[in-house]
Design a protein around this ligand. Structure first.
Ligand SMILES: Cc1ncc(COP(=O)(O)O)c(C=O)c1O
Length: 300
């Protein structure tokens, strides 16, 4: 099946989609994005992704010129053209084409450029990871707040490359105070001293949508969960660790810095939670996300 791209309202094959060289996303990483997954034609967590996109836009002083329903209809049209199956949807909004390759916002006079990439979903749910705690720090909140999902991902690109050099599959980046932040494209939970611990938003991380859902879900599943500082030492002595993201859901971590977590396989609590979280997701999709989406795109 062809990967599709909706470029400012026109659906084309992804390989034929072109961005001008003066596009500020290309030149400066001056863009924001979201990655959403679908179950069939219905995106999961769309309302939360849209809300986070609006927060990212505000954080980088970008004025969004399209409303939620217009963007949702573009996504729905692209999904319909893509056919059946579950999809990966990447929504990218660049500040648009500048008048010159100049960083000054005074040169950014065009409307934003809206890109929706739709690809068949490569299942990653439950995929295991081996983590390396890398020396590279996560961006400081006062420099470029990791809470802003911008196109400036070089921090994560390099962190991941360094982890792979160390034989791991993903990195853990700490903040300037030495506390654990997150992995390259996932948040992190560790079972320490009888509770699941996940770093605080104030530690400088992306406010993951899966993370927020897990903060609701874990107590319902009978688990204690805390948002607090986590040190590299906590992570190394944790009984179980998992990553959370839209594409992974819950991804068990088998090793930290080459040492096994537990017995080096998905921990028993994590394994139990993975199935229960899928049920939570499916219930939410059926009762909340799918009806809202259909109403938004005008199917009913
Ligand atoms: C840096 C970072 N942290 C965490 C996440 C997980 O966020 P979500 O659960 O909203 O997919 C992502 C997702 O891309 C990410 O890029």
């Amino acid at each position: 099946m062809t990967n599709l791209c909706n470029l400012d309202g026109q659906i084309v094959a992804e390989r034929d989609a072109r961005i001008p060289v003066l596009d500020r996303g290309f030149l400066f990483g001056d863009s924001i994005y979201e990655v959403v997954r679908t179950y069939g034609q219905e995106p999961f967590g769309w309302a939360e992704h849209w809300q986070r996109l609006c927060l990212s836009a505000a954080a980088i002083r970008m004025r969004l010129d399209l409303d939620e329903a217009t963007v949702a209809r573009r996504i729905a049209a692209t999904l319909a053209a893509a056919g059946s199956g579950d999809f990966y949807v990447r929504l990218v909004v660049s500040r648009g084409t500048g008048d010159a390759p100049n960083i000054d916002l005074a040169y950014a006079n065009s409307p934003p450029c809206w890109v929706v990439m739709v690809r068949p979903l490569t299942p990653m749910s439950g995929k295991t990871a081996r983590l390396a705690i890398v020396d590279r720090l996560r961006n400081d909140r006062r420099a470029l707040d990791p809470a802003t999902k911008s196109g400036n991902y070089l921090n994560n690109v390099l962190g991941l490359a360094e982890a792979k050099d160390a034989g791991a599959t993903d990195c853990v980046m700490t903040n300037a105070f030495g506390f654990v932040g997150e992995a390259s494209t996932s948040n992190l939970f560790a079972f320490v001293d009888g509770a699941w611990v996940t770093p605080r938003l104030d530690d400088g991380i992306l406010a993951g949508i899966t993370r927020a859902l897990l903060l609701q879900f874990l107590p319902q599943a009978g688990e204690r969960v805390l948002e607090r500082n986590l040190t590299p030492g906590d992570l190394r002595r944790a009984d179980e660790v998992f990553l959370s993201s839209t594409l992974r859901d819950i991804g068990p971590v088998t090793h930290v810095d080459g040492k096994p977590v537990g017995n080096g396989e998905a921990g028993p609590r994590t394994a139990r939670l993975m199935g229960a979280f899928q049920e939570f997701v499916q219930t939410r999709l059926r009762t909340h996300d799918a009806p809202r989406w259909r109403q938004l795109v005008g199917d009913r």
